[in-house]
Write a protein that binds this ligand. Structure first.
Ligand SMILES: Nc1nc2c(ncn2[C@@H]2O[C@H](COP(=O)(O)OP(=O)(O)OP(=O)(O)O)[C@@H](O)[C@H]2O)c(=O)[nH]1
Ligand SMILES: [Mg+2]
Length: 419
């Protein structure tokens, strides 16, 4: 090759290399600029979400952007209009710190029941709910949600409770290792659930309630509207699990209740369920003996699941009964639970036929469960539960359900054709 030809080849290659690297630099520069542009856009959109986020506009939360869905924000047209026809709400008293358990319980109830009816949820708390709690629970609910702050007079220890006596009683319970004996807030909760949940401003407009607690689980589809079933059948109080209460938490509750009815015999229903409270006959093959100091057998409806009529609690009879207990001070000097209080009231103020055992609803609140015993019901309601599991308490010795069957009568609404 001649000298000039060689120079020409070298020059051409050199120019090509220079051109290519310039292009690469240009590409690189533009991709950096593009990245910066994207980053800026992302930050701006984040900021705008952050600054425009308004708890009042709760249906516009920030959701993950790596979604296959076109819409980054929740569908504005989401339909939360109630379908169920009853004047009812699902109530959860809950702490902000229990958000995860609240969502889990909501998810279970929504999937098994409420998404077909969209009954509204009412959340109650002794401190304001956080935005995080409001946002997450609003998104989990199929219906509307409301959030109430409990007035201090209805939550905190009332002034008529003697401070020194209360401190001493609590110390005694701690020594005896009584369950939750150490906790003042647990006592506040029990008094609130006994006497005030049904008087909250947000609850006043409703006639029916279902109580839900964080971390509970519903094992089966509800294939009917329990509020409607209650109304159509003249029921006022519905339960799932019934067990014996710890005697040390309520040493004087039964006697105080009897004192009340002695003073107010007009409130005692002529067709009451007193036998359910006093039947102490041991179950066949059971070692459980009810050696209680008074006539009460300690049976109570477990109140973490309840479906009830709010007018029952608003009745003069219940309000008077609660106030009598409140003045007696046992919510603080002892550790009266709302479950035995509701039970004694329902058993004595209501006709026994106004109380309903929802045996076909599968349910779990640690450590006990209800799993429908009929195979047909379990299959048709798509239950996920094992009736032989040790948590399933319905006919175990500590269950009071057999006593309820004996006293309240074992009737199935399905047989009557009303479900
Ligand atoms: N806001 C608020 N809610 C409470 C407080 N204490 C209890 N709760 C709620 O009251 C209900 C009953 O309380 P739990 O602690 O579950 O009482 P329990 O069912 O007797 O006992 P566990 O076996 O612990 O479930 C639940 O829904 C709790 O979230 C409290 O101090 N503040
Ligand atoms: Mg609980």
């Amino acid at each position: 090759m001649r000298f000039f030809q060689k120079v020409l080849v070298v020059l051409t290659c050199g120019i090509a290399i220079i051109l290519q690297s310039t292009q690469m630099v240009r590409d690189k520069l533009s991709s950096v600029a593009y990245e910066q542009h994207l980053r800026l856009q992302y930050l701006q959109s984040l900021r705008s979400i952050q600054y425009t986020y308004d708890p009042e506009q709760i249906f516009r939360p920030k959701l993950a952007s790596n979604s296959y869905s076109q819409k980054i924000l929740i569908d504005e047209n989401r339909d939360d209009v109630q379908i169920g026809m009853e004047n009812a709400t699902i109530i959860m008293l809950v702490r902000n710190s229990e958000l995860e358990g609240a969502l889990s319980a909501m998810r279970s109830l929504e999937d098994r029941f409420n998404k077909k009816y969209r009954y509204p949820w009412t959340f109650l708390n002794d401190v304001p709910f956080t935005d995080e709690f409001i946002e997450a629970t609003t998104l989990m609910a199929s219906g509307t949600t409301e959030y109430g702050l409990i007035p201090s007079e209805e939550w905190d220890r009332p002034p008529h409770i003697d401070e020194a006596k209360f401190v001493q009683c609590m110390a005694d319970m701690v020594e005896k290792e009584v369950i939750y004996g150490f906790s003042e807030s647990y006592r506040n909760m029990c008094r609130f659930n006994s006497g005030y949940f049904f008087r909250q401003q947000l609850v006043n407009k409703y006639e029916w309630y279902m109580r839900v607690e964080p971390d509970v689980e519903y094992y089966c589809d509800f294939d009917y509207d329990p509020f409607k079933v209650m109304r159509l059948n003249g029921k006022k109080y519905g339960f799932i699990i019934s067990i014996h209460e710890y005697e040390e938490t309520i040493p004087t509750l039964y006697d105080t209740t009897m004192d009340f009815f002695e003073l107010n015999p007009q409130y005692l229903h002529p067709n009451n369920s007193l036998d359910f409270l006093t039947d102490k006959e041991p179950f066949p093959n059971s070692q459980v003996r009810m050696d209680v100091a008074n006539d009460y057998n300690l049976c109570h409806f477990w109140s973490n699941f309840e479906i009830g009529n709010l007018d029952f609690y608003r009745s003069e009879a219940y309000l008077q009964y609660f106030e009598y207990l409140n003045q007696a001070g046992g919510f603080y000097y002892e550790r009266w639970g709302d479950a035995p209080v509701h039970t004694l009231a329902a058993a004595l103020l209501l006709d026994k036929h106004e109380i309903h055992y929802f045996e076909d609803i599968g349910y779990f609140h640690n450590p006990f469960a209800n799993c429908p015993s009929s195979t047909g019901i379990r299959k048709s309601k798509r239950c996920i539960c094992d009736c032989s599991d040790e948590s399933v308490i319905d006919v175990l010795p500590h269950s009071c359900v057999p006593i309820w069957w004996k006293v309240g009568g074992k009737t199935f609404l399905k047989d009557k054709g009303v479900i």
